[in-house]
Design a protein around this ligand. Structure first.
Ligand code: NAD
Length: 371
């Protein structure tokens, strides 16, 4: 059986640190295990061709890339959301043997899920594997925006010391209203972690209401209308999957309903927020800050506006590369999870229900849109 893994080049770091499992070098720790069972393992990098490395946002998978070459007869495809191999409908049409896609992590929007349904290709994730990792990053991102941390640190590195320049835009999280779009595994863990901060209120927007006991445990109120929801929040955090119903959800129109000077944290998927609308809202002070680790295209082009956008006071940007869900702790969990999904597949055993996004010809999860 041919197992194709599209991982990313970890370079010197991956040679020095064997716990960087999601890299081409360390192969999710799977190569020997797979080969010992007689399977062929192709663990390659995605080969990307930047049209213009410095200034263009245009890029594509190379037609001669390992991905495109090996997908035609691979039965199993393993990808990671951090540096994704985008499995489009066109590529799925070429993937004649493909039966199962496994996401090493959480979030499978880099796969055309509707095309997978049509071709009866299963898509599985390692659900829950990195949700604590992301929830911690969200809380950190909220704090660094509200407290104006990044410009304060940059000032110190520059050798300056002008407290008022930082303090003029630094606040406490205590007493603020924080709301999550999506209150699933990550969104709920964010709410749990915010309880000790004595926020004025914790609220959520999700078509699936939290079980009563869970909502009560964090004292969270559900708001059913999105505009009404954002208008009540000092901080909005986005924690829902990217699908037809969430692409561009936070756009210029919705941003008009945000509280003036709100903070927005998105570690879910870049394309849930409109790139240019967010940058404009930050520049004109509609937002005081935007932070996250996910981008509409990954890797983000060098000139992506989210790298350098700022609020009118020169701060408010907490962007980092996509790594919140790929701490070394998380990598062990998702590598083990991939192995267990593969093992079930080889032995014809039932998969854990929580990991199945697309079953044979149908969505098995309610998280990727209401249908
Ligand atoms: P989950 O399935 O447990 O929860 C998702 C929640 O979003 C569900 O409650 C669902 O009902 C809700 N939802 C879906 N569409 C919605 C909509 N239109 N409006 C409001 N709510 C909606 O998933 P999770 O484990 O919490 O992960 C959520 C997402 O976070 C993933 O799909 C992935 O895109 C992202 N993620 C990012 C990283 C990272 O490293 N940055 C890591 C893991 C997951």
């Amino acid at each position: 059986m041919k197992v194709l893994a599209i991982l990313y080049d970890g370079g010197e770091a991956a040679v020095q640190e064997s716990r960087l499992l999601g890299t081409v070098e360390n192969k999710l720790g799977l190569k020997e295990w797979l080969e010992s069972q007689g399977h062929e393992f192709i663990g390659r990098s995605r080969i990307m061709l930047f049209k213009d490395q410095c200034s263009s946002t245009l890029y594509k998978e190379g037609p001669n890339s390992d991905f495109q070459k090996h997908i035609v007869d691979a039965e199993v495809l393993i990808t990671t959301p951090f540096h994704p191999g985008y499995l489009t409908r066109d590529l799925i049409a070429k993937a004649k043997n493909l039966k199962i896609c496994i996401t090493a992590g959480v979030g499978s929007d880099h796969i055309d899920l509707n095309a997978a349904v049509d071709r009866r290709i299963q898509v599985l994730e390692v659900s829950g594997s990195n949700v604590v990792s992301v929830a911690e990053h969200v809380v950190m991102s909220i704090l660094l925006l509200v407290r104006n941390f990044v410009p304060a640190h940059e000032m110190i590195e520059r050798g300056d010391w002008q407290v008022s320049d930082i303090a003029r835009n630094a606040f406490d999280l205590e007493g603020k209203v924080v709301g999550t779009i999506g209150a699933g595994r990550i969104g709920y863990r964010v709410l749990q972690r915010l309880v000790p901060f004595d926020c004025k209120e914790l609220i959520y927007y999700d078509y699936a209401p939290l079980p009563e006991a869970a909502a009560k445990a964090v004292n969270a109120r559900r708001v059913e209308d999105l505009k009404d929801f954002v208008s009540q929040c000092d901080v909005v955090t986005v924690n829902c999957p990217l699908h037809e119903g969430t692409r561009g959800l936070v756009n210029a129109e919705l941003l008009k309903h945000f509280k003036k000077g709100a903070w927005l944290v998105n570690t879910a998927r870049g394309a849930i927020c409109d790139k240019d609308a967010v940058a404009a809202a930050l520049a004109d002070g509609t937002l005081s800050g935007y932070s996250g680790d996910v981008w509409n295209v990954q890797p983000a082009p060098k000139d992506h506006i989210w790298r350098t956008m700022k609020n009118p006071l020169g701060g408010g940007n907490g962007m980092v590369p996509h790594y919140s869900g790929t701490t070394l702790d998380a990598q062990i969990r998702y590598a083990n999870g991939v192995k267990s999904i593969l093992d079930n597949y080889f032995k014809g055993k039932e998969q854990e229900a929580q990991n199945i996004i697309i079953g044979l010809g149908r969505y098995e999860t309610k998280a990727y849109g209401q249908r």
